[in-house]
Design a protein around this ligand. Structure first.
Ligand SMILES: *Cc1c(COP(=O)(O)O)cnc(C)c1O
Length: 349
């Protein structure tokens, strides 16, 4: 059997033997009672890295985002601004309406939100009871692999706070945006709360963190229990997170370099990118594909153990790299692409 390289998503990672060993040997206790030493260590570690007071270990980033929204928005009618393509708007099962009774106001903007977008859509008053005032702005970083500029986040934060509202960042892939580590705190301290995912590029089987003030996290912990998300000896899972921060996060610059090499090679064969490659995602614009379509490419790679994703929204093929994608895989893709293109450009006999 050939090795399998799954490039559909960075959720395709599996725990490495070293990660599993760290999980097996973790000291544990009852986290509902606050007595799991490994969970406490992970929460302190991440709060410190982010320059915030407190953190809460959750089962998923969806849960961390939804807890944040529920904790910030406690007095309906309220509204939240977010990006049209954001995970919070599109892929959290309508959770904001369900849990927080808040109106989501999605904004189309490419690739990410600007302070002007926020100003244009901000709802300041109830207008004789007709409107749900904006109390929260949700950002996403990275968004489709694209890093949000620190200056934009700062501007949005300043404006939003001047209007008496708060900023939450879905930083599921903020690890990638801050791959050289220095910038994590800089991003994190510009927002009131943020989520960080452990089960994407960080390679853990489960987990995410919600980060913010002590008061905010205490309240979110209360809601986590109410949603059935209290867990007991969760240190086994937290140990994977600690391992990932120490050992997998530092591999992200290499993963990003590999993504750039793949994008360059595809570019040389005529493929156009829908978005720039800042981190671990290569977005191919399928409408501008050359003679060999991305569908043909996916089919040719399948028997070689390389799995590419489906075409998203009819317009782009998303290729996602992570620490278990290596040079051999990228070489294999580029060799296949080159061969297909040579065959396609030969005159018919
Ligand atoms: C995957 C993802 C989430 C949700 O993460 P889960 O841990 O799968 O719930 C949230 N936001 C973004 C940007 C994501 O990519």
């Amino acid at each position: 059997m050939p090795p399998t390289w799954d490039l559909r998503s960075d959720t395709a990672t599996t725990p490495s033997p070293a990660m599993l060993a760290a999980m097996v040997s973790a000291p544990v206790g009852d986290d509902v009672l606050g007595e799991d030493p490994t969970v406490n260590e992970l929460e302190h570690m991440v709060a410190n890295l982010c320059g915030h007071e407190s953190a809460l270990f959750c089962v998923s980033s969806t849960m961390a985002n939804q807890l944040a929204i529920r904790t910030h928005l406690c007095n309906p009618p309220e509204s939240m601004l977010c990006h049209w393509d954001s995970h919070i708007f599109k892929y959290e099962s309508g959770g904001t309406s369900l849990h927080s009774q808040a109106q989501m106001i999605p904004i189309k903007s490419s690739p990410n939100l600007s302070v002007q977008d926020i100003k244009d859509h901000f709802i300041t008053g109830s207008f004789l009871g007709h409107c749900a005032p904006t109390h929260l702005v949700a950002l996403e970083n990275t968004m489709s692999g694209v890093v949000m500029p620190i200056a934009d986040i700062r501007d949005i934060g300043q404006f939003t706070r001047s209007m008496g509202a708060l900023v939450h960042m879905d930083g599921s892939r903020l690890w990638n945006a801050a791959a050289d580590k220095k910038e994590l705190r800089e991003y994190a301290t510009l927002v009131d709360s943020l989520s960080l995912c452990l089960s994407k590029g960080m390679g853990c089987p489960v987990g995410a963190l919600l980060v913010g003030t002590r008061q905010f996290i205490d309240k979110a912990r209360h809601f986590r229990k109410a949603f059935g998300g209290g867990w007991r000896q969760a240190g086994i899972l937290a140990a994977a997170g600690i391992y990932a921060i120490n050992h997998i996060w530092p591999t992200m610059p290499a993963t990003h370099a590999l993504a750039k090499r793949l994008a360059q090679g595809l570019g040389q064969c005529g493929y156009s990118l829908a978005l720039p490659v800042h981190t671990n995602m290569v977005m191919i614009d399928t409408a501008k594909s050359p003679s060999v379509s991305t569908t043909e490419l996916s089919q040719a790679l399948k028997p070689k153990g390389v799995i590419l994703g489906a075409v998203y929204e009819g317009s782009h093929l998303r290729i996602v790299l992570h620490h278990q994608i290596d040079d051999e895989c990228v070489d294999m893709i580029l060799a296949t692409v080159n061969k297909l293109h040579l065959a396609a450009s030969e005159p018919a006999k």
